[in-house]
Design a protein around this ligand. Structure first.
Ligand SMILES: NC(=O)c1ccc[n+]([C@@H]2O[C@H](COP(=O)([O-])OP(=O)(O)OC[C@H]3O[C@@H](n4cnc5c(N)ncnc54)[C@H](O)[C@@H]3O)[C@@H](O)[C@H]2O)c1
Length: 314
C-alpha cells in the first residue's frame, strides 16, 4: 500500500499552474490524471506526463483518486463537484467560489446524506492563507488592547479589462471572483453578518458592496471595492481599530503590512521576494488540507456561510 495522496486535476488553465507547482513540491502526492476538454495534452509533472482525458467523467471511470482538484471556470464547479462526489470516493478541492449561485449550493447540500459533502468538499479560499493576512491576524490576536475593528476598507483590482468576454466566461464578474476572496480573508478578523448593499457596476466588471460584521461584540461596516478596470493587479485592505487609533494596512499584492497609530509605527511585515504570490497562498493551503486537520476556512460549512453572504445583497 502506498501512502501517496493520488490527485486528479480537472482544468488546466491559469490557476492549475499554481496547483501543479505546489503539488510537485510535495513528496506525499502523486498526479493520477488530468482532465481538460480544451487542451491537446497533459502538463509536465516532475518530468513525466500523467494520463490525460478530455472529460472528468472519463477520468474517474478509469482512476480511483484520493483527491480531485477542480480548477475550471466558476460556472462549471457545481456540475463537476457533483460528478466527483457521486462517481468517486475522493475528497474534492474546488477553486473559489465553490458555486456561482445559491441554487447550486442547495444542490450540493442535498447530497450531504448520500455523498458526505460536509466531510469531502473543500474550497480553495487561498487569500485566507496569504502571509500578510496571517501576520495581521496574529498582530490583532496578540493585542487585545487595540480593541474592536471599527471599520474596514478593501479594494481588489485585477487586470482583466483586456481579457474582455474571456474574463466573464472564466470568472463570472468582479464581485463573483474577488468578493469571495475579500470575504474569506475578512473571516480571519471579524464575524461577518451580511451585505447591507451591493452594486454591480460597469456591466459586472466592477462592484461596490458593504458588509456588516461584528468585532469583539461591536458592529462595523466593511466597504468592498472590486474591479477589472485596470492594467495591473493591486489589492489592499485597511482595518481601523478606532477605539485605540490603531490602523492595520495590508498590501496583498506585495504581501506586506504594517500597523500604525498616529505618527508611530507599531509593527511591520515584509516579504523576502522569493516566493511567487500564488505559491505563497497555495503552499500553506495544501499543507492545511493534507494535514488531516484542514483549516475550517476550507470546509463546506464555512463555504456555505460565505456563499450565502456573497449573495446576500439587500
Ligand atoms: N486565475 C487566477 O489567478 C485564479 C486564482 C484563484 C482562483 N481562480 C479560480 O480558478 C478557476 C479557474 O480559473 P483560471 O484562471 O484557471 O481559468 P482559465 O479559463 O484560465 O482555465 C480554466 C480551464 O478549465 C478548462 N475547462 C473548462 N471546462 C472544463 C471541464 N468541464 N472539465 C475540465 N476542464 C474544463 C478550460 O479548458 C481551461 O483550460 C475559476 O473559478 C477562478 O475563479 C483563479
Amino acid at each position: 500500500m502506498s501512502d501517496l495522496v493520488r490527485v486528479g486535476l480537472a482544468g488546466l488553465g491559469i490557476i492549475a499552474r499554481t496547483h501543479l507547482d505546489v503539488l510537485a513540491e510535495r513528496a506525499d502526492v502523486s498526479l493520477e490524471f488530468t482532465a481538460d476538454p480544451g487542451r491537446a495534452g497533459p502538463p509536465d509533472f516532475r518530468g513525466s506526463t500523467p494520463p490525460h482525458y478530455g472529460d472528468l467523467a472519463e477520468a474517474l471511470a478509469a482512476h480511483d483518486p484520493d483527491l480531485v482538484v477542480i480548477a475550471t471556470p466558476t460556472a462549471t464547479h457545481a456540475d463537476l463537484t457533483v460528478r466527483a462526489l457521486t462517481t468517486s470516493t475522493a475528497r474534492v478541492l474546488v477553486e473559489k467560489p465553490l458555486v456561482h449561485d445559491l441554487a447550486s449550493l442547495d444542490r450540493l447540500r442535498a447530497l450531504d446524506e448520500t455523498a458526505g459533502v460536509r466531510g469531502r468538499v473543500f474550497t480553495a479560499h487561498h487569500f485566507a492563507f496569504s502571509p500578510e493576512v496571517r501576520w495581521a491576524e496574529r498582530q490583532i490576536a496578540e493585542h487585545p488592547e487595540w480593541g474592536p475593528i471599527t471599520s474596514i476598507t478593501s479594494a481588489f483590482h485585477d487586470p482583466y479589462v483586456q481579457r474582455g468576454e474571456q474574463a466573464f466566461a472564466s470568472y463570472g464578474s468582479a464581485w463573483t471572483d474577488s468578493g469571495v476572496n475579500q470575504l474569506s480573508m475578512l473571516a480571519r478578523f471579524v464575524d461577518l453578518a451580511g451585505l447591507s448593499s451591493a452594486y454591480d457596476l460597469d456591466g459586472g466588471a466592477s462592484a461596490w458592496c458593504t458588509c456588516e460584521y461584528r468585532s469583539r461584540g461591536e458592529r462595523g461596516t466593511a466597504r468592498l471595492r472590486t474591479s477589472w478596470l485596470t492594467g495591473s493587479s493591486s489589492k489592499e485592505t485597511v482595518l481601523v481599530l478606532g477605539r485605540s487609533g490603531v490602523e492595520v494596512w495590508m498590501d496583498h499584492t506585495a504581501m506586506t503590512g504594517f500597523a500604525a497609530r498616529g505618527r508611530d509605527l507599531l509593527a511591520s511585515h515584509g516579504d523576502d521576494g522569493r516566493t511567487p504570490r500564488k505559491v505563497a497562498h497555495y503552499r500553506p493551503l495544501y499543507e492545511s488540507l493534507l494535514s488531516g486537520r484542514p483549516d475550517p476556512v476550507l470546509g463546506f460549512d464555512t463555504t456555505a456561510t460565505l456563499i450565502a453572504l456573497h449573495h446576500s445583497a439587500a
